[in-house]
Design a protein around this ligand. Structure first.
Ligand SMILES: *Cc1c(COP(=O)(O)O)cnc(C)c1O
Length: 221
């Protein structure tokens, strides 16, 4: 199957209300162009430098999403163009995003990443930590970030009962946050192996890589 065929298949599978982020990490600009030419413009990357390199050479109407762990000292490189940061996991990071957004005269859309998996290797906040951030005065003063919702990654397992429980938990955190920040409207959950379950549990943004572009060449990415 070609990239174009894979994209059409997934778009047919998911409701129109769910945004598809094509995860293009490790894939070349040429491969990304195949998806672009098939009409797709929303792409996700997990490394800032790699995303910047692709942004420089690819069409400027592409919307670039940062889905990987963000180091504060690299925020400045993506601040001019990033369209959504899925992986905010501290107030310090959010403050740096705000600072760099201001320098670029932008407001940057962000999601908080919530830790829902069993594995401790995955990044993200607990609900308690999320609570502390949004109650912090410093948070309430940030004017150049816009909180749009939450992101989470389920445990890497074939046990779909567990995966479903983790997504359901995240949806609960989302609903509770919505009482405090009514504007939030993005729940980013679901990847190639679990997006159908994620959508059943309330996801409206899925991040899909290998089912579109094929297996990645090296593990851990
Ligand atoms: C790599 C990655 C994805 C996509 O994974 P696939 O299994 O290839 O669909 C989604 N979200 C994050 C945060 C990722 O790092």
């Amino acid at each position: 199957m070609t990239v174009k065929e894979n994209l059409h298949k997934i778009k047919n599978d998911i409701p129109d209300t769910v945004t598809l982020v094509a995860v293009s990490k490790t894939k070349s600009p040429e491969v990304i162009m195949e998806a672009y030419q098939a009409g797709h413009i929303v792409f996700g990357e997990n490394k800032i430098q790699e995303m910047v390199g692709k942004w420089e050479v690819l069409p400027k109407d592409i919307q670039w999403h940062m889905i990987g762990h963000v180091q504060r000292n690299k925020v400045k490189y993506m601040a001019p163009f990033v369209s959504l940061i899925h992986s905010v996991d501290s107030l310090r990071l959010l403050k740096e995003i705000d600072r760099q957004a201001q320098k670029n005269q932008r407001v940057i859309d962000c999601l908080f990443q919530i830790h829902i998996a069993e594995e401790s290797t995955k990044f993200g906040l607990s609900e308690q930590e999320l609570q502390e951030i949004i109650e912090d005065n410093e948070f309430q003063q940030l004017r150049h970030i816009n909180i749009k919702g939450l992101m989470g990654m389920a445990t890497f397992t074939d046990d779909m009962v567990q995966v479903r429980q983790e997504f359901r938990h995240l949806k609960g955190v989302f609903e509770r946050l919505k009482h405090k920040i009514p504007e939030i409207d993005i729940l980013s959950m679901g990847m190639s192996g679990d997006y159908e379950t994620a959508i059943e549990e309330g996801s409206n943004m899925v991040r899909i890589g290998s089912s579109i572009f094929g297996m990645r060449n090296y593990p851990g990415n």
